[in-house]
Design a protein around this ligand. Sequence first.
Ligand SMILES: [Zn+2]
Length: 317
Amino acid sequence: MKLPLVAGAATRVCVAATFSALSCLPAAAQQIDYSKLEIKTTDLGNGVYLLGWQGGDSLILVGDDGVLLVDTSVAPMGDKIKAAISKVSNKPIKLIINTHAHADHFGANEALAKGGASIVAHDNLRERMARGFTAFNQAIPPSPPAALPIVTYADAMTLHFDGETVQLFHPNNAHTDSDTLVHFKRANVIHASGTIGGDGGYPFFDIGSGGSLAGMIVAEDKMLSLADDKTRIVADEGDPASTATLKASRDMLVTLRARVQRLIDEGKNEDETVAAKPTKDFDATWVHQGNFVTGDTMTRLAYQSLKGVAPPTTPGR
Ligand SMILES: [Zn+2]
């Protein structure tokens, strides 16, 4: 389908793109038949499992303490997430972490927290959910109280659960303004909160939701500082990325930033910057079939981010 992706308040920053398998879009924008989606469960070791589908992939940590769930998916997928969890644990969901303000990461909160789970997220995510907001031109209504995070944090937080140390880090204005990177230390797994591309594609940042190119680089640097050569980095879809892929993504973003900044300094406007094809030698690696983020899309996003063509990041403003 054709869908205008508005990455800023003004129409000049629209990017028309073809979406097929696109994560991180609100459910209403994706027109996906969720009844047909299956969840693929992958054992990542040490009680951590990846619950993969065509969207905001979830992670669970299971053990004697119960179940810790990272991201609840869209509302129509809630029962499937529950069923997938029940195949690996008969314990209740005790803790839920929402990684960011896209509906495929918190949409089933109310249903999955019903058994008494506490929801944890960044301060900005609770604020966005409580007020309601717009993402990808779709209005997300205020969440009911039962769906809201009851524990929020500003910069970092550590949870101790099932014998695992779960570290939460907030990179400012990266994929969105409400990202949480989730590091399972013992399992050596990081949930990237959308700050790395799915299946090795270009990473996407949502300027309209407070994301930025500079923040993405900071987020990827943070994850690199936590990783070793065996770390699995979970994107929104697909198999987990390796540290080598994360490093390549970070280096690509840094080079892209320098190239686009140079074109801006030369006085090029957005279309002229796109026409200069600063991603030309990257596209063979980072453009994947089915991924809406093309080289030109990346260039526009980089240009808009570096020029500060962004709407206010404070929810409700
Ligand atoms: Zn997202």
